[in-house]
Design a protein around this ligand. Structure first.
Ligand code: FES
Length: 155
C-alpha cells in the first residue's frame, strides 16, 4: 500500500485555497492513492479552512470516493437483471477465484479491487464489466484473464 503521503501538500496546493476546491482536491487525492487516507481528509480540511465533518461528509456522499484502500484496478461487475441473466454471476465467481478474493475485497498486493454494481445503463452490451472507467461488454468467461492483464483486448 502507498503509505507515502508526502505528495499530499503538493496535491492540495495545486488548487485555490477555497471551499469550492473541495471536490477537485478529493478527486486528485483519490486518483493518486486510490482512496482518501485519513491524513488527507485532515490536511484538506485545514488547507481549505473547512470543518473536518464537512470534508468527511463529502467523502462519503460520492461513490467516486473511497475511504478504504483500493486496488490500482477497480473491477466492477454489473449484476443488474440483464447482466445477471447473461452470466454476470459466473464472471464474478471466476474473477473471485482468479484473484483469490471475494467481491468487495482488495488483493493483498493492492493491485485489484473487485466490486459488484447495479445496472450501469449499458444493458444492450450485457454482461458488462468496468475496469476503472473503461466499459467492456458481452464479456465471456474466457475474457476474464485479459481483463485482469490489461483490459484492452477483452472484446
Ligand atoms: S443490467 Fe448490466 S448494464 Fe444493465
Amino acid at each position: 500500500m502507498n503509505h507515502d503521503f508526502s505528495k499530499l501538500p503538493d496535491i492540495i496546493e495545486k488548487h485555490p485555497k477555497s471551499p469550492q476546491s473541495l471536490i477537485a482536491v478529493l478527486q486528485d487525492i483519490q486518483k493518486e492513492y486510490h482512496y482518501l487516507p485519513c491524513e488527507a481528509l485532515k490536511l484538506t480540511a485545514e488547507a481549505l479552512d473547512l470543518p473536518l465533518s464537512k470534508v468527511f461528509s463529502v467523502s462519503t456522499f460520492y461513490n467516486a470516493f473511497s475511504l478504504d484502500p483500493r486496488g490500482e484496478k477497480v473491477i466492477r461487475i454489473c449484476t443488474g437483471t440483464t447482466c445477471h441473466i447473461r452470466g454476470a454471476k459466473q464472471i464474478e465467481h471466476q474473477l473471485e477465484t482468479q484473484l483469490n478474493i471475494k467481491s468487495g475485497e482488495t488483493t493483498e498486493d493492492m493491485k485489484f479491487t473487485l466490486e459488484v454494481v447495479n445496472c450501469v445503463g449499458a444493458c444492450a452490451m450485457a454482461p458488462v464489466v468496468i475496469v476503472n472507467d473503461e466499459y467492456f461488454g458481452s464479456v465471456k468467461l474466457t475474457d476474464t484473464r485479459k481483463l485482469l492483464k490489461g483490459g484492452n483486448n477483452a472484446n
